[in-house]
Every structure is written in C-alpha cells, then in structure tokens.
Design a protein around this ligand. Structure first.
Ligand SMILES: Nc1ncnc2c1ncn2[C@@H]1O[C@H](COP(=O)(O)OP(=O)(O)OP(=O)(O)O)[C@@H](O)[C@H]1O
Ligand SMILES: [Mg+2]
Length: 138
C-alpha cells in the first residue's frame, strides 16, 4: 500500500490508523533517510495505541524507550547511534526484537539486517518539503 502525505499531522493520522492492525509480537521497521518522518510515524502509532502524545520522545540517546499503552507494551528503538552490528548483541538488545508481549518499532533497522525479524516495513521517501511517500509492506 502506498500513501502520500502533505504534513506531519497527516503522517501521524496514517500511522494511527495503521496501528489499529498491530498486535503484540509485531515488529515494524521504519525506513527512510534522516528527517523523513520515521519518528513522526512512530509517534502516530503510539498515539493510535492510546499513548498521550506529550509523553513520546525520540529514543535517539537511549536507543530504546518503553511505553505501556492501553493496547500493551511498545518498544520504540532507534539504532542511529549504534556503531556496529555486534553492539546489538553485546548490549543484550537483540531480545527486544523477539518480544511476544510487545509491539516493536525500529528506526535504522538496516544497520542490523539479518539479526532482527523482517517485520512489517514502512518506507518513507521525501517528495517535497512537507510531502512524503509512505509505502507500507505487511
Ligand atoms: N508529511 C510529513 N510527514 C512527516 N513529517 C513531516 C512531513 N512534512 C514535514 N515533516 C517534518 O519532517 C520531520 C520528520 O522528522 P522525524 O524526526 O520524524 O524524522 P526521522 O525520519 O525520525 O529522522 P531521523 O533519521 O533523524 O531519526 C519533522 O520535522 C516533521 O515536522
Ligand atoms: Mg527519528
């Protein structure tokens, strides 16, 4: 499925709708260049799952943020600062990707390809300053 959004708000709305299909054990890979809207999409998912918007922050410095939403646990993982694939294993992070009791959202998953589940893919591309193409592969 392919969508075009023209604002952050629209992307959040799309993500929020998409979130209704998610269940624990699902892994969502958020793919796209810097500033494409991966975190915006993750925020929309969390909102759709009942999380208050102002409690959601980008996990960039912590790699992982854990939420307890109305619909269950969510791990929001951002691997941008991961230096090497092996760090995922060394830090014991790999287990998070195979959590049957959580929905797992991952930014920069391409850095650890092969180590984590293939998941559902959300691919975001720039079409303009505020325009994005969002492909969802389930
Ligand atoms: N249609 C749109 N959808 C999503 N974000 C948009 C859109 N138009 C403009 N933006 C802006 O683009 C930026 C997206 O930032 P965001 O942090 O979500 O990107 P990211 O892909 O997570 O980047 P990073 O790789 O640094 O983590 C925000 O400033 C947002 O307001
Ligand atoms: Mg981000």
């Amino acid at each position: 499925m392919e969508f075009i959004t023209s604002s952050e708000k629209e992307t959040k709305l799309l993500a929020s709708k998409f979130s209704k299909k998610l269940k624990t054990g699902d892994v969502v890979l958020l793919i796209g260049p810097l500033g494409a809207g991966k975190t915006v999409f993750a925020k929309g998912i969390l909102k759709g799952l009942g999380e208050k918007e102002d409690s959601v922050r980008s996990p960039s410095f912590t790699l992982i943020r854990e939420y307890h939403t109305k619909q269950g646990k969510v791990y929001h993982i951002d691997l941008y600062r991961l230096r090497r694939k092996e760090e995922l294993i060394n830090l014991g992070y790999q287990d998070y990707f195979y959590s049957p009791s959580a929905v797992v959202l991952v930014e920069w998953a391409n850095k650890v390809e092969g180590l984590i589940p293939k998941g559902k893919k959300v691919i975001i591309d720039f079409l303009g300053i505020n325009k994005r193409r969002i492909k969802i592969i389930e």
